[in-house]
Design a protein around this ligand. Structure first.
Ligand code: FES
Length: 878
């Protein structure tokens, strides 16, 4: 019997295992199970006043000690942290936040007046993948001041919540206090079973036999499923059905995340034991380790149609002739690695068997509940209407939660067992299963005239798309159409290949193929500038795409294009550095584009005292619910207390597509705006927006109570193979120019990020997206990798190279917008969603290139591989 003081009360238990498991079994779910190796701090609790990762503490170790979780922090004190974190914009997906609050309390209890360095040191054991830490540090400094009784810092404009205001996130309080419910936090329904999966150990092997008899005989095991138990379609996939839900006997495995069998049992421990009792025999085969091996003559075919998932060619003008004529030509080859999203919340799904109406309910935390519904229905052989998927809060995604990881498995086990079943992945399994950023090999030949104007470019992109298609085709497309960079020239010839291998599948990841090719073009621009004898800034300025000019991919740049302004915005800092800052530009499409139906949908529902925004669009930490609140408030003239946003639910919210491609602010935002305008029109002469800053009692829409206003927005584009001379490939592009400044010892000191994303709905949130995106870009440049040994991942969470608060430089955000383009709030409406474009991905894209440029300036060595070699950070590579 172990006895300790838990949140002020004596607690006794005979349980074994970790303190974290015990807490979560007692429904104290503020402490999150994010890494299981003591590397991330999301499970932090106070033990005798010290912040400690509870996943690494056995219950025996707390005998007689005082343990405090976020739930046990006194209400008034928690209110200080909640308010401070919210004000500072410190909360995005929120999965790390209760752990950060615990770290903050431990720090402030010991040191009530820390400086910034002390705060960073105080949270250095806590990983945040969303924020870049700056706003968490600011939140803790605010909390420190509040604890000292200093006057509260006012937030101008926060209360009104309109467009362009620094409104605090609507879910910040729930997330900071640990009350936000993610899937794994849902209280266990009666009779719930725990799902577990047997994964193959062999990236390529033929499955010869599976014996589940011993697992089935284990007491507490309810169901063991193999491929033959799938009632519907066994093979599914995001755009191409090539990914087996379970490998069948006779089939080859394609990567080490492949599933051989599933178990549903009465406890996690029993499920784990049952998995160990399943016997699988294989004929082990030589894996295809890279695209070169996969494309070699005679290579075994990983899929029936071959090892080439996708090939694309973007050809405009005559690149060969331009290369022949140009006075300056350089040819370079680049190499970028697989990397892991490392979202803090691992995948989890909770499914119920069909109810009396035959509807199966699944709670998920992915990037599109409607996709989940479709793939679950396919797997079970049901009509989509017989599956309902509801989103819980989502602890980060970054593209890594677009595919099926556990949703279909939980649903299958619930369907077969007749019990609710939860499938939650631990970190190691999550890393092994979900898609990665594509590793790419990029060849480029760039030609310029004597003045540094680009005359033409030829390039080739070979993407390792791993075992399954996922979104490898569209990622390759974005790589091909962005390899030319945000520059204006006519002669381009880019070939792209996405190749199946036995590596982990590669798919969507913030930037969607563009960070890789940005590193290539921006590094080549630096080399060319040196060759010609002009500055890196000058060569970019001379070639930058401007309104009305033709982008390298053939599209005519819109009037909102403000890349030139981004370049001018960073110039004072560059000049002050004596030209010693690395510089990179970037651009990124908003929306899916290239002719695909890309629709945002929204229902605006009126109640007697508030308006409710319903959309199936996932909020994965980027803050969409807050953005929709602001758009509705701004259009209807309401205080945010009079607007609510529903969680995505296939039964009640309209399908707004996937949260991907930096699209939701624009497409769902525009649908929301249109629904609001329809409501205003329906109100007729009755009172509408007051025209002044609304107070929380103002609600002139009571007469609309009970009415729904549905609106949708189609972002119309031309297909990739359009024969138009200047096809509209995407409805909008965001642009950026970033600087990277090193200190005397070669460490990164400062990033200056000038971004044109059109109208900024919420500058506080926008800065958070920039800081978080830049942080991810710094990791991509310097430390992150996802190493493989013979196609098998070798990294643990703690060795992925994720940056900590103490590693971060200063990040300065400069918001740039083309003068006169859609001054929506004060100067009339123009453009969808008042002229907003995406910020989610572009913030990451130029960072690694800018840092590469900084080292090139420092030592004259053009690095052509990520993470960058021979930097003070190189030792962190795993
Ligand atoms: Fe920190 Fe998402 S807010 S991990």
């Amino acid at each position: 019997m172990i006895t300790f003081i838990l949140n002020g009360s004596e607690t006794s238990t005979e349980s074994e295992g970790s303190l974290l498991d015990f807490l979560r079994s007692r429904h104290l779910t503020a402490a999150k199970n994010a890494c299981g190796e003591g590397a991330c701090g999301a499970c932090s609790v106070l033990i005798e006043g010290k912040a400690i990762a509870s996943c690494m503490v056995s219950l025996e170790k707390v005998q007689g000690k005082k343990v405090t979780t976020a739930e046990g922090i006194e209400e008034a004190e928690m209110a200080l942290y909640v308010e401070s974190f919210a004000k500072a914009g410190a909360v995005q997906c929120g999965y790390c936040t209760p752990g950060m609050v615990i770290a903050a309390k431990a720090l402030l209890d010991a040191n009530p007046s820390p400086d910034e360095a002390a705060v960073r040191a105080g949270i250095k054991r806590n990983i945040c993948r969303c924020t870049g830490y700056a706003k968490i540090v600011a939140g803790i400094l605010l909390a420190a001041a509040a604890r000292r009784g200093e006057p509260a810092q006012p937030i101008p404009e926060a209360a009104s919540g309109g467009i362009g205001r620094r409104m605090t996130r609507i879910d910040a309080a729930l997330k900071a206090s640990g009350k936000a419910v993610y899937v794994d936090d849902i209280a266990e329904p009666e009779g719930m079973l725990y799902g577990a999966a047997l994964r193959t150990s062999h990236p390529r092997a033929r499955l010869l036999r599976v014996d589940i008899s011993a697992a089935l005989a284990l007491p507490g095991v309810v169901t063991v499923a193999t491929a033959k138990d799938i009632p519907g379609q066994r093979i599914i996939g995001k755009l191409k059905a090539d990914w087996p839900t379970l490998i069948e006997v006779g089939e080859e495995t394609r990567y080490v995340g492949d599933t051989i069998a599933l178990v549903a049992a009465q406890s996690r421990a029993i499920a784990k034991k049952a998995i160990s009792l399943i016997k699988a025999d294989y004929e082990i085969l030589e894996p295809l380790r890279n695209p070169k091996a996969a494309l070699a003559p005679g290579a075994p075919l990983l899929h029936p149609e071959g090892n080439l998932l996708s090939s694309l060619r973007l050809k405009r003008g005559n690149a060969d002739a331009a290369l022949m004529e140009a006075p300056h030509v350089i040819s370079l080859s680049f190499n970028t690695p697989f990397t892991d999203h490392a979202f803090m919340e691992c995948e989890s799904a909770l499914a119920w068997p069909p109810d009396a109406q035959g509807v199966l309910l699944v709670y998920t935390g992915g990037q599109n509940v409607f996709d989940d519904r479709k793939y679950i229905a396919h797997t079970l052989g049901l009509e989509e209407e017989k599956v309902r998927v509801v989103s819980s809060f989502v602890g980060g995604g970054f593209g890594g939660k677009e595919d099926q990881a556990v949703q279909h498995h939980a649903a299958l086990l619930a369907y077969l067992s007749g019990h609710p079943v939860k499938c939650s992945l631990g970190r190691a399994e999550s890393s092994r299963v979900h898609v990665k950023r594509h590793a790419m090999e990029i060849d480029m030949t760039l030609a310029c005239d004597a003045n540094g104007k680009i005359m033409g470019m030829k390039g080739k992109v070979v993407a390792d798309t791993g075992a399954y298609a996922s979104l490898g085709g569209p990622v390759l497309h974005r790589a091909v159409t962005h390899l030319g960079g945000p520059y204006s020239y006519e002669n381009i010839d880019v070939e792209g290949l996405a190749v199946y291998t036995n590596n982990p599948p590669a798919g969507a990841f913030r930037g969607f193929g563009v960070p890789q090719v940005n590193f290539a073009i921006e590094s080549a621009m630096n080399a060319m500038a040196e060759k010609i004898g002009i500055s890196p800034w000058e060569i970019r300025y001379r070639n930058a795409v401007r309104p009305g000019s033709v982008i390298s991919n053939g599209q005519i740049a819109g009037p909102d294009t403000a890349l030139e302004e981004c370049l001018l915005a960073v110039k004072p800092v560059l000049d002050a550095s004596g030209g010693r800052a690395g510089i990179a530009c970037g651009f990124k499409n908003t929306g899916i584009g290239v002719g695909h139906p890309d629709i945002g949908r929204c229902i605006l529902r009126f109640h007697a005292d508030h308006a409710e925004v319903l959309s199936g669009a996932a909020c994965i930490g980027q803050g969409l619910a807050t953005i929709l609140t602001q758009l509705a408030c701004g259009t209807l003239g309401l205080h945010p207390e009079r607007v609510s946003v529903a969680m995505p639910d296939t039964a009640s919210t309209p399908n707004s597509g996937t949260t991907t491609a930096s699209r939701q602010t624009l497409v769902t935002g525009e649908a929301c705006r249109k629904a609001c305008l329809d409501a205003l029109a329906a109100l007729g002469d009755a009172a509408g927006p007051s025209g002044s800053t609304p107070d929380s009692n103002y609600f002139p829409y009571a007469s609309l109570a009970g009415r729904d206003f549905y609106a949708e927005y189609l972002a119309a584009t031309d297909p990739f193979d359009s024969d138009k001379p200047n096809p509209v490939r995407h409805v909008a592009y965001s642009y950026a120019c970033q600087l990277a400044l090193l200190n005397d010892s070669g460490r990164l000191e400062r990033i200056v990020a000038a971004h044109d994303s059109g109208l900024v709905v919420n500058p506080l949130s926008f800065e958070g997206q920039v800081e978080g995106g830049v942080a991810m870009g710094i990791g991509y440049a310097l430390t992150e990798n996802f190493p493989l040994a013979d196609c098998v991942p070798t990294a643990k969470f703690g060795t992925l190279g994720l940056l900590r608060a103490t590693d971060m430089p200063v990040i300065e955000t400069i918001i740039v917008r083309k003068a006169g383009s859609g001054d929506a709030v004060d100067g009339g409406i123009s453009g969808a969603a008042y002229g907003a474009k995406g910020i989610g991905e572009i913030s990451t894209i130029p960072t690694a290139s800018a840092i590469g440029g900084a080292y090139f300036l420092r030592d004259g060595r053009l690095r052509k591989r990520l993470p960058l070699e021979d930097t003070p950070y190189s030792k962190k590579e795993s």
